[in-house]
Design a protein around this ligand. Sequence first.
Ligand SMILES: Nc1ncnc2c1ncn2[C@@H]1O[C@H](COP(=O)(O)OP(=O)(O)OP(=O)(O)O)[C@@H](O)[C@H]1O
Length: 274
Amino acid sequence: MTTSQAPLIPAPGDTRRRPLVVMRSVSKMFSSGTLALSDMSLTVEPGEFVSLLGPSGCGKSTALRIIAGLGDTTTGTIDWPSSRINSKGLPEGDISFVFQEPTLMPWQTVFGNVYLPLKLRGVSKSAARDEIMETLETVGLKDFAGAYPRELSGGMKMRVSIARALATKPKLLLMDEPFAALDEITRQKLNDDVLRLWRETGITVIFVTHSVFESAYLSNRIVVMKARPGRVHADFPLVTSLGRDAHYRTSEEYRQACEKVSNMLLEAIGGEEH
Ligand SMILES: Nc1ncnc2c1ncn2[C@@H]1O[C@H](COP(=O)(O)OP(=O)(O)OP(=O)(O)O)[C@@H](O)[C@H]1O
């Protein structure tokens, strides 16, 4: 992957807000010959909540993994204009990833699982304690710090996974279908949790989902992708005059947002070559 380094501090008089991440004409061909992404460009501003939506196999996870540095581009670049870049071309400590599976260590408590990324940075347990307890409180798990993953429900495990991702206070949270395996009510609760965290922390979120309803509820911007090869089909803001809450879920505004996203998705699927 190629990256370019930008000065961390803007030049005097430069009052422009720098994008957080810029994906420029990225293509990805796997060694199997599959062209997963073709000429994909995407600029994400600080504080955005962007959902990546599209048919199965259109390259959503591939795009997310490339942004996270978990995969290389074949051509194209990923730039981090507002971050300090490490030797791997990544903004040190600025990115966290939440996968569909909570991927917790079964032999560690909730506290131990959330402590892991801080431990890897050399932070002692005692120095990390207060912050970890605060993060656990944010996700509603303060009373479960000593519990083991086997004692938790699916939704609680996902909360631990989110707490672990937040422990390092990243600027960017990448979420790859995190709630797909959960029941609808748990999913809605976690949607509200993520929205609250997003509002409270000002974190930037890129959220991969198959769900029109979920994307229309959560995002202030939707990027619909097309498959074979994966590329951006539509990219639009989702502005609402209402708060995103139970009232919004039953509002005409939400219905219209779902209809718009759904139509864009149908358009993207309709354009596929079968
Ligand atoms: N490691 C890999 N090796 C070869 N091909 C891969 C690999 N990972 C993904 N692909 C292929 O790349 C394409 C995009 O896959 P990707 O998982 O990014 O899509 P997706 O939109 O996230 O799919 P889904 O919604 O089903 O999770 C698919 O055709 C997939 O088979």
